[in-house]
Ligand binder design. Sequence first.
Ligand SMILES: [Zn+2]
Length: 775
Amino acid sequence: MKRILTLLVLGLMCSVSSFAQRSERNHAERFEQMGTMLRSPNVYRTASGAPGHMYWQQKADHEIEVELNDDNQSIKGWQKVTYFNNSPDQLTYLWIQLDQNERAADSRTPKMAQSSINSRMSMRQLEGIVWHDQDLGYKINSVKTMSGDDVSVTINNTMMRVDLPQPLKSGEKFEFTVDWSFNIHDRMSFIGGRPGYEFFEKDGNYLYTMAEWFPRMAVYSDFEGWQNKEFVGRGEFALTFGDYKVKITVPADHMVGSTGVLQNPEEVLSATELQRWEQAQKSYDKPVVIRTQAEAERLEKGKSKDKKTWIFHAENVRDFAWTSSRKFIWDAMAVKQGGKDVMAMSYYGKEGNPLWEQYSTRVVAHTLKSYSAKTFDYPYPVAISVEASNGMEYPMICFNYGRPDADGTYTDAVKYGMISVIIHEVGHNYFPMIVNSDERQWSWMDEGLNTFMQFMAEQEWDRDYPSRRGPAHKIASYMRSDQSLLEPIMTNSENIIQFGPNAYAKPATALNILRETIMGRELFDYAFKEYSQRWMFKHPTPEDLFRTLEDASGVDLDWFWRGWFFGTDPVDISLEAVNWYKLDNRTPAEKKADAKKAFDREESYVSKTYNAKDIEQTVLEADPATRDFYNSYNPFSVTPDDEKAYKDFMARLSQQEKDLLNSGLNFYEMKFKNVGGLVMPLIIQFNYTDGTSEVDRIPAEIWRLNETEVSKVFAKKKEVKSIVLDPFRETADIDESNNYWPRTFTPSRFELFKSAGGARGVSSGDNPMKRAQRK
Ligand SMILES: [Zn+2]
C-alpha cells in the first residue's frame, strides 16, 4: 500500500498538497461522544437505552361518574382514584393536574404572554389582552379518603397537592375521591384550547369535546420526581397509566364517543343501531353507518329532556376523553391488528359531509396499518376520529378538522388537510399515548416522532401526497432563519419561538434523514421498532431514544444528535474547487518527445520575438568549453540514466500496480467547505461527458479531523463534465447555489402583487391547513 502511495505522489503531474491544517477553532467537538450531555444510565434506564432491571412506574386507576348539563354547558363529576406507589420512594403528597384552571379568569397564561399595540390588530389579539371574567375554573368540592375524611389539599394554579394522611410507602396504594364541577367554555372563542364546546347557531345544538376534564394524576418518575410544571396552554401533558371505568350521563338523544369499550350498548343504542353495530364489526373493507345523517338531523330538532348513561371501560390508558352531541353521525369498520379486531370509527355532524363519510374511518384504518407495521400492533380495541374543527389527540379518540363549504364542495387543501390531521391525531395513539413521553417537557418527543410517522403514512396513502413536513429540503427555510429565532430541538415546550418547525418539522426531518441518508432503512426501521417496543406502555426520555437507535443499529450517531437535536447550526456545504489530474505513465522517450514539442513551440515564439543574431552573438562570445557544450548538448535525448531509472521503477511494480499506472484514470480532487456548521455526509453526483452519471456517498465522519474544510480525491475511469453536491436534496442544505461545479446560476423567484381596490395587507391563500390549530 505504501508503495502505491509513493508512486501516486511522485507520478502525479502536480503533487497533492497536504490540505489545510487543523486549527483550534475549527475543531468544535462535533464528533465527540455526548458523555455528560446525557443523563447517566442507572438501574431504571440502561446505557443501551432500554428500561433497566429495576424500572418502575406509577399506576392510577379511576372510577368516574360524570354528568353533562346541556342547558347551561356545565359538567359535574365524582371520581375514585386508586394510586399505586410502585416507586422505591416513600411519598408524603401526590400532585394532581387541574388543567381547566388554565382557562379561568385569574389564569396566569395571559399574564405570561407578551403584548403590544399595533396599528392593525385582530379581535383575538385584543381579546387576549383584555381576557375574560367568566367563571371557568375548577370547583373542587371535596377530596376525601375512603372513610369519608377530608384530605388537605393546596391548589397552585393548575396543580393541586394532596397531602397524604400518612406517608405512602413503596408498594402501597392510596384510595381517595374527588368531587368537582366546572362550566364548559366555548373553544371556538378566543379562549380556544383543546376541549370545550362548539355551538351551531343554525340548528341550536352543542358539540362537546371533553378532554382534560377530570383532575388527572401528575407523573412521578425516576428521572423527574413529580412533573408538576404548571399547564399554561402549550406544553402538553405528562400522565400516568391506569384502568378506567367511566359512567357518562348525557341527554338521551345524544351520541357519545369515548376512550374505551362501550359496556351497555343495548341500553343506549336503538335496535336498528345495535344491528348495524353488529354488522360493522364484520365489515373489513368499508365503514358501516350506524347512525345516519337523516337520523342525526331528525334528532337535532328534538332536544330531549331525558337522560341516558353510557358506560365505558378502558385498560392501560394514560388519559380518557369523550365527545357528546345529538348532531353526530356515526360509522365504523373493523381492522385486523395482530390477530385481533380493532374498530375504526368516526363521529361527525352533517357539516363534515360529504368528506367525512368518504374518508375519515378509512384514514383511521390506514393509519393503524401504517403505524403498526413500523412499531407494534395497535393494542387498544377502538380508534376514533371526531370532527370538531380542531386537531387533538387522546387515547383511542381524537378530534380533527376538515369541513366542506355549505354547498358540499371542498378544495384539495381542505381534503388533504383533513386526511393529514386524522393520520396525525390517530397516530398520536402510538406517540405519546402508548410510548408515553413527557410532553410538558419535550414536545418533539411525540410531535416529532409522530410527524415523521405521519409523513410515511401519507406517502403510503398516495404516492403523490402533498406532505408538508418530512422531506429534507422543506426544513431549509426554517434552518435559514436568523440564529436569534432558533433554539435546539432539545428545548422545553414553553420556550420555543417557532413551535411548528422546531417541535414538529425539524425532528421529523431529522428522523427521515437518519432513515434515508445516514442509517438506511433496514438499520433505522429495526432500531426505531426496537425503541417503540421497549418503551410501549412506559415513560421514555430523549436519552432512551438516542441510545436505543445507536444500540440497535451499531451506528455512532452522537454527532447527529449533537448537530440536529442540541444545536441550531444549519447545513450549508459548499463545493469550493475541483482539480483534475492524470497519472504520468510515459516512457523516458515519450517524456522527452513531449518536452521537445513544448520547447519547439516556445522556440518559434522566441525567434519571432527576439533577434536571432543577438542570441548567436551571445554564444560566440562565450568561452570555447561553453560553446562546445552548447553545440553538443541535446536536452531532448534520452540518457542511459533516464533509461535505467525507468527500468528499475517498472521492475519494482507488480502486474497489478502496472495496470493501475496504465489505467488512464482521471483524478478529481474536490475541496468542500462547511459554511453552515452542521456536519453532514457528502453526496456527490458525477455527470460524465458520455451522458451517464454516478453518485458517491461519503460519510459525515470525513469532517472529524477538520470540521470546516475537507479535501477528497475521486478516481474515475470516465471524464467528468459537471458535479452536483446533494443532488436529491436530502441534507437540508440551506444554500444550494454553491453545490455545483461548474457553478451554475439559478434564478430566485420574487413575487409580484397588485392590490385589489386599494385594500392593504390582503393575505394570499387562506389555507385551512395553516389556519387550523394543530396540536
Ligand atoms: Zn400532534
